[in-house]
Ligand binder design. Structure first.
Ligand code: ATP
Length: 239
């Protein structure tokens, strides 16, 4: 099957700083792919370049078989690519429900279809349903992460780009968030997940890449990397 996302020899930089030195990776349809690596490795840079939030210097990015050159973030979103950024970008003074509805603004669907999606999201995230009228700014960190993912799902993406969903969350909440991500596979949504929490990310990933200072230094199935001695030592603190 041809990949949903294919990144080839991607180079990205900020002024004099080179952040990615020719990264290549693919995401097959219906799979969860993770990129793990330490702080500053270039993980956010990779996602932001894929979502056209920052320009690339060279390389090719193809989404659903189409070269994405020249497409804006909104155009990519309309084609089925949704980014959940590290800072989660919610509207704190708006209700949970209104934040979710904003996620559907790119869809040219009727009210009924959008209302159905809202109910699907509430079925997946019962906590959000309980808090649908509450201001997003009053949610806990875990609930905010769920809301950010729920909002991205409202535009019915084929590919979800998740930037460090575990950031700032307690271990039990991280497990809940990863269970939700894991469950997305069954709905046909593909996921590209970048994480410092290698253990959790590798557990749910079908395939994984290790990124260090802008280069992919290792790759394999999530299970294989979880048992790779070097990965265990460097990222899982087991050696
Ligand atoms: P983190 O987990 O800390 O977000 P990361 O793996 O996502 O790390 P990036 O944020 O992509 O890493 O950063 C990669 C490199 O690019 C780092 O050296 C960082 O300092 C640099 N960098 C990131 N954003 C900018 C920017 N706006 N201007 C200049 N340099 C930047």
């Amino acid at each position: 099957m041809s990949p949903l996302l294919a990144i080839n020899d991607l180079r990205v930089g900020y002024g004099q700083v080179e952040a990615l030195f020719g990264a290549s990776l693919t995401v097959a349809p219906g799979t969860i792919v993770t990129v793990v690596g330490p702080n500053g490795a270039g993980k956010s840079t990779l996602l932001n370049a894929v979502a056209a939030l920052i320009p690339k210097r060279s390389g090719r990015i193809a989404f659903a078989g189409q070269n994405t050159d020249g497409l804006s973030t909104e155009e990519l979103a309309a084609c089925g690519m949704a980014l959940v950024p590290e800072r989660r970008d919610l509207f704190g003074s708006m209700s949970v429900e209104d934040n979710l509805l904003l996620g559907a603004y790119l869809r040219r669907s009727n009210h009924k279809a959008i209302a159905d999606s809202l109910e699907e999201i509430f079925a997946r995230f019962p906590r959000l349903k309980e808090r649908r009228a509450q201001e997003a700014g009053t949610l806990s960190g875990g609930e905010r992460q769920m809301l950010a993912i729920g909002r991205a799902l409202m535009c019915r993406p084929r590919l979800l780009l998740l930037d460090e969903p575990s950031l700032g969350l307690a271990p039990q909440i991280v497990r809940n968030v990863f269970d939700v991500i894991d469950s997305l596979r069954a709905t046909g949504v593909s996921v590209l997940l970048v994480e410092q929490n290698a253990q959790m990310a590798l557990r749910i990933a079908d395939y994984a890449y290790v990124l260090e200072t802008g280069e992919i230094v290792n790759q394999g199935t999530g299970a294989a990397l979880l048992h790779d001695p070097r990965v265990m030592e460097t990222y899982l603190g087991i050696g």
